[in-house]
Design a protein around this ligand. Structure first.
Ligand code: TYM
Length: 341
């Protein structure tokens, strides 16, 4: 079993990232004790696919490293690194570029959402982004990739690329790539914006009130929850009563995920309550979960040297693990891999 996943180091780590992905990363790390089975990385190469400030990118990478460690990623047990220090990611992306198809990439919903009506004006990197994501996981023979719902389609594409490459260039008994499975949490796979129950909680939303950041203090968390958009009805007693109430469903989903309960259990206890009573309970649950993370995050941030050292050590291990697959890919394509790096 090999677990691999990544996060873009742009903006703050928010509740959607935490409940949709990072909490699962930590759980998988804790189940797999042997060194080298879990690789988690900062997708800094992905971050250049959209306009960015170079100074912010390095700072964001260190901050996201601190945030992941604060959430429970242990750099002694998991390999924690940033893509830019492992050139094999970019190399494999190019090698897979001969296999990925324009039509496949054109169908990616994230590409369609981000490009909108201005496809011609987008960077080539934004279009090729899912091929780099495929390289990220195929490079390490990942078997399990814990992600939120929004990344499932990219993982399916990674499987398609791996399958086509294996078919086209390798014999059946010696495929180069393992087909990875996306692991999406049963609950909290898609945490929505606090301002709009139809849009996912996201770093790129211009309104900070739309998301809970893991670095928010208690007062800010409570304020954001109390101002969260809702409807005037009380909570229903049955899950069916949340249909067509996306904001109410989102708040109940968050509460259930924090308390590790099902939605039915939450409604059994809180059905009939108005939001005037439910929101403070949700705010408290958030503060209780996030306070230890944000305290640890603040302490870790002060020690930039340790954060640099964690990434350097992780990258060195990742480069070693990536070598054999990269070699095999070059060989399968009839290329001889250079040895300069
Ligand atoms: P990113 O940085 O947008 O998000 C990191 C992880 O958080 C999950 N997530 C959410 N889950 C539930 N609700 C939400 N509102 C929410 N918002 C984000 C994402 O699904 C993701 O698991 N392209 C990826 C990073 C990446 C990657 C990879 C992931 C690059 N290479 C290889 C897995 C494997 C991204 O931008 O995630």
């Amino acid at each position: 079993m090999r677990v691999v996943s990544g996060i873009q180091p742009t903006g703050n780590l928010h509740l959607g990232n935490y409940l949709g992905a990072i909490r699962n990363w930590v759980a998988m790390q804790d189940q797999l004790s042997e060194d080298g089975q879990c690789l988690f990385f900062l997708a800094d190469l992905h971050a250049i696919s959209q306009p960015h400030d170079p100074a912010d990118l390095h700072k964001g990478t260190l901050e996201m490293t601190a945030a992941l460690v604060a959430c429970g990623i242990d750099p002694q047990r998991s390999i924690l690194f940033n893509q830019a220090q492992v050139p094999a990611h970019a190399e494999l992306q190019w090698l897979l570029g001969g296999t990925a198809r324009m039509g496949w990439l054109n169908r990616m919903t994230q590409w369609k959402d981000k490009a909108g009506k201005n496809r011609e004006g987008q960077s080539v990197a934004l279009f090729g982004y899912p091929v780099l994501q495929a390289a990220d996981v195929l490079l390490y023979q990942a078997t399990h990739v814990p992600v939120g719902e929004d990344q499932k389609q990219h993982l399916e594409l990674a499987r398609d690329i791996a399958q086509k490459f294996n078919n086209d260039f390798t014999s059946e008994d010696a495929p180069v790539f393992t087909l990875p499975d996306a692991i999406v949490p049963p609950q909290a796979a898609r945490i929505m914006s606090l301002r709009n129950g139809d849009a996912k909680m996201s770093k790129s939303d211009p309104s900070d009130m739309s998301r809970i950041n893991l670095s928010d203090d208690a007062e800010t968390i409570m304020k954001k929850v109390k101002k969260a958009k809702t409807d005037p009805e009380p909570l229903p007693c049955e899950k069916a009563g949340l249909t067509h109430r996306p904001e109410a469903l989102n708040l109940v989903t968050i509460y259930a995920a924090l308390k590790e309960q099902t939605i039915e259990e939450v409604l059994r206890d809180h059905g009939g309550e108005g939001f005037g009573a439910f929101k403070p309970a949700l705010g408290e649950a958030l503060i209780e979960t996030l306070r230890p993370i944000s305290d640890k995050f603040t302490t870790l941030l002060d020690d930039r040297e340790s954060l640099d050292a964690i990434l350097a050590r992780g990258a060195s291990k990742a480069r070693e693990l990536a070598g054999p697959t990269l070699d095999a890919t070059y060989r399968a394509l009839g290329l001889v891999r250079g040895r300069s790096i």
